[in-house]
Write a protein that binds this ligand. Structure first.
Ligand code: HEM
Length: 239
């Protein structure tokens, strides 16, 4: 499926491939360190589960788990924070309400996930013939699921285009997927976002978006986040 991950030029593809090799080298060295000196951490726990015969976890599988955790857990959550700060500051009353009543933060995070999920599209391959929304899709087809569109389905959410941190059913979103592949990091992402927003609204009660900025978007159809977001507070400090 072309262009899901953007349109890097041939030169950028080479750079990205080289960076990927460096990342795998890093993981190889990291796992080797834990084999030599186990610690109280996930990698050592996975290594301890091995049966020695390669049937329960090969070293490559352990490196892959770490790869998945690092990549799936990093960009998604930082994008959630960027999307959240952007939307809340576009609705300054919501920022103030969170500051005055931190108990609203759980609902606010669900509404941010619904309104502006960091994973707007994800892929599937059909294992058998299916019908989706009246459209027959044969087995073996590639499907792009638009999670962001499902999150604004008027059949599921009243006034779906309205950002409302008090929306009662915001958590019905599908931003973490559904079923057996439901995001394993959802509790961590939620915890991080709630914590950051509680602290930011308390510490920077008068935060505002720098006017006239063009934050842009990362250029692909799977991940959604501003490329950068300029915020100011007080008499003009910026970040
Ligand atoms: C806002 C933050 C996040 C979003 C929007 C998100 C979104 C998703 C989605 C949509 C899936 C399902 C993919 C599918 O159905 O094929 C998924 C799976 C997964 N996520 Fe997340 N994720 C987030 C944070 C995290 C974090 C913090 C971690 C780890 C620390 C993580 C680790 C994973 C892993 C390992 C899977 C694969 C689960 C499986 O295939 O069984 N995610 N995530």
């Amino acid at each position: 499926m072309p262009f899901v991950w953007g349109r890097p030029s041939a030169r950028e593809q080479e750079e990205l491939a080289a960076a990927m090799v460096r990342f795998w080298d890093y993981l190889r060295a990291f796992v080797a360190e834990r084999i030599a000196a186990p610690r109280d951490d996930l990698t050592s726990a996975l290594l301890a589960l091995r049966d020695g015969g390669g049937r329960v976890f090969t070293l490559d599988e352990i490196r892959s788990v770490l790869f998945a955790f690092l990549t799936a857990g990093h960009e998604t959550t930082s994008s959630l924070l960027a999307n959240g700060v952007r939307r809340l500051l576009e609705h300054p009353s919501a920022w103030r309400e969170l500051r005055d009543d931190p108990g609203l933060v759980e609902g606010a995070v669900e509404e941010i996930l619904r309104f502006d999920t960091s994973v707007v599209g994800w892929r599937r391959r059909t294992l058998r013939d299916v019908e989706i929304g009246g459209v027959p899709v044969p087995a073996g087809e590639q499907v792009l699921m638009l999670l962001g569109a499902a999150n604004r389905d008027p059949g599921a959410f009243d006034d779906p285009e309205v950002f409302d941190i008090r929306r009662a059913n915001a958590s019905d979103h599908v931003s973490f997927g559904r079923g057996v592949h439901f995001c394993i990091g959802a509790p961590l992402a939620r915890l991080e976002a709630r914590t950051v927003l509680r602290v930011l609204t308390r510490r920077l009660p008068d935060a505002r978006l720098v006017p006239g900025q063009d934050h842009g978007f990362v250029p692909n159809v799977a991940f959604r986040a501003p490329r950068r977001l300029l915020v100011e507070w007080g008499s003009g400090q910026r970040a």
